[in-house]
Design a protein around this ligand. Structure first.
Ligand SMILES: [Zn+2]
Length: 372
């Protein structure tokens, strides 16, 4: 198994424990095999039924908490039929468990005893959960303004949490420095994280019995989930299991829209921009390291981006609650984006709900019930 660099094409063995190329480019995993439909018969229903597609060395044993196989529910809303993929129903409460399960399995297989990550939210919780399951020591670097409530999950899973003064980028730098002597389990950089996220595409394909929805609507911060879904659908097409890849609608908050702006301006990569805080904090990523791949996936799928305001996000969040769906505001941004599509594009879309609202009850209480 090898990594190859997305910029200079250099290759590295998977055992090398690197997270990016020496040229600074992000890595991809070279895969040679894919699951056969026969592989799926009688397999368990976690993401590990698709193991062949993850490109892991054979000796790697799964570190699993039963992640995956999240429900799809169909609803009629705003005069159109749509479906929701309830990916907030995962062991640690977000879609990131798909990536963490595969990445931590590799780390354990490589004999890693300590790993670092930087995140103030779902990724930190997911990596902490799977580090606990794998018996690997974990340190998470977070910006010092991160509310205590968001750190509870990481701490209770047993991770060491280090607060770093300054902007989000400072926590990133601290983790990268620490990774020199450790292993960087980055949800933004590590390609095996993306390999795990592909499992959502395989599930959707099975749940739709091979006839994929015309559009998939995804909230975009780092864009890893969109990239993983796209790669997953593209692999299904390549294997002859699906006729075409759905069009992707990538939704960003107008307060932090680097990918959305780059898409509108026809740029191959996002440019440096000032951003503001948004209620959809899960997608507040100022410098998405894999932005180029995300923009490419959006364009190759024939899709596009949508920007949503804070008010539109909150309105969509209310709509989710009214349907009995308790997802976090970041997830609601996807529904807000869907609502802004022309009516004919709304029809039959699949909207991915990424994180559980139960993680943010204090914030939701302040937003919707008034400060108490
Ligand atoms: Zn390179």
């Amino acid at each position: 198994m090898k990594y190859f660099c997305s910029s200079c094409q250099r290759t590295f063995p998977v055992s090398s424990r690197i997270f990016r190329c020496s040229c600074g480019g992000f890595l991809k995993v070279e895969t040679r095999s894919f699951f056969s439909q026969r592989d799926l018969e009688g397999q368990d229903h976690s993401i590990w039924r698709y193991r062949e597609a993850f490109g892991l060395p054979e000796e790697v044993q799964p570190v699993s908490l039963g992640e995956g196989r999240t429900p799809i529910v169909r609803r009629r809303f705003d005069g159109a039929d749509l479906a929701f993929k309830l990916d907030f129903l995962q062991p640690s409460g977000s879609f990131k468990d798909r990536g963490a399960s595969v990445l931590l399995s590799l780390a354990k297989g490589l004999g890693v005893s300590h790993l670092v990550e930087d995140s103030s939210g779902n990724a930190g919780a997911a990596v902490s959960a799977y580090a606990a399951a794998a018996g690997i020591r974990c340190t998470v670097y977070v910006p010092d303004y991160t509310p205590e409530g968001k750190l509870v999950q990481m701490k209770l899973y047993g991770s060491e949490v280090v607060k770093v003064p300054g902007k989000r980028q400072e926590a990133n730098r601290a983790a990268m420095e620490a990774a020199e002597k450790s292993y960087y389990a980055s949800h933004l950089w590590n390609p095996y994280f993306i390999m795990g996220l592909q499992s959502a595409a395989f599930e959707i394909w099975e749940q739709y019995e091979g006839i994929l929805p015309p559009r998939v609507v995804v909230p975009v911060g780092g864009g890893g989930f969109l990239e993983g879904l796209y790669e997953g659908f593209a692999a299904l097409r390549k294997a002859g299991y699906a006729k075409k890849v759905p069009r992707f609608i990538g939704v960003q908050a107008e307060k932090c829209p680097p990918i959305h702006r780059a898409f509108q301006e026809g740029l191959p990569e996002h440019r440096e921009m000032e951003v503001e805080t948004t209620v959809a904090e899960g997608i507040a990523v100022q410098r998405p390291p894999r932005g180029k791949a995300v923009l490419q996936a959006l364009r190759e799928s024939g899709g596009r981006t949508v920007g949503v305001t804070e008010e539109e996000i909150l309105c969509a969040e209310r709509a989710l609650f009214s349907m009995g769906l308790f997802a976090e505001p970041t997830s609601a941004s996807a529904l807000a984006g869907w609502r802004k599509l022309p009516q004919e594009e709304k029809e039959g879309s699949l909207v991915v709900l990424t994180g559980n609202g139960l993680k943010e009850t204090q914030k939701l209480s302040n937003l919707f019930l008034g400060a108490s």
